[in-house]
Design a protein around this ligand. Sequence first.
Ligand code: ZN
Ligand code: ZN
Length: 326
Amino acid sequence: MDGRDHYGFILASSLLPLVGVVAAIVLLWNKYVGPSDLIALAIMYSIAILGISAGYHRLLTHRSFGTSRPIKILLTVAGTIAGQGPALIWCAHHRRHHRVADKPGDPHSPYLEHAPGIRGALRGLWHSHLGWLFDKDLTSDPIRYCPDLARDKDVRFISLHFVEIVIAGIVLPGLIGLALTQTWQGFLTGALWGGLVRIFLANHVTYAVNSIGHYYGRRRFETPDESRNVAWLALPSFGEAWHNNHHAFPKAAFHGMRWWEVDLTAVFIRALEVTGLAWDVVRIPNDRIEARAAGLARVGGGRLAPAAPPKPLAEQPQRDGAADVE
Ligand SMILES: [Zn+2]
Ligand SMILES: [Zn+2]
């Protein structure tokens, strides 16, 4: 199974929500949107974004925390509902992104279009935002990039049933609308707002982390890539937009590293931890964060010294699995 198997579906799940957004705007214009639609939108948006950030990203791709099998299954299904592709494919692309971020081989860097000037910049941003999903030749083999997940029968099963789960994620907000309004119109507008409009909004927020998060924002850490912290995107992305922090410490469970860096996924993981549902939560000690921000690295005996320039990635040892993205 690779990205090509889902080409048609990913195309549909990118374009159909656009139709949904236009329909929703027309309905809004005609005042056919009620509180039940906005409730369905808010619930489904939170489920999908948390599924991507806590499930697909921090749990499956980076192993930032441990949890029980039922919570892993719930988070993986929630991430699948987002419609961004099966977990195995998403995680394979993302581990490959961390290995060669902004270098040849990165599935979604905005810098690999070499045309000069504003045209090249816009083409690069388009490619990193959405264009890469339509590249039929772009595949990241899960066996190579995430053999640990390919061996996980739950992740494999959920990945194989991607299409059915995405459709269920559109029907579910319809049922919320039906329950709240007791009308079929409530079902339809619930599915529209909580399904299609939600897919459109949540996916563009995630894709903006790939595009804007490597293009425009602040860099606290000197990483060998162009990752950025994008403060205005932090709230809607539930903390994923502290992307320079994340590239500096990919295994960290908490991407917000200052008190003002809002990270709702970190709040969620902490809540799981205090209720005993998550453990081995990877935390980076403050002195390590500050030393890295100051351009210092730990040398022999725990001393801090100016960091050596990062090695070109091609020279770094290539290993498979989660260890690559520590
Ligand atoms: Zn990145
Ligand atoms: Zn990552």
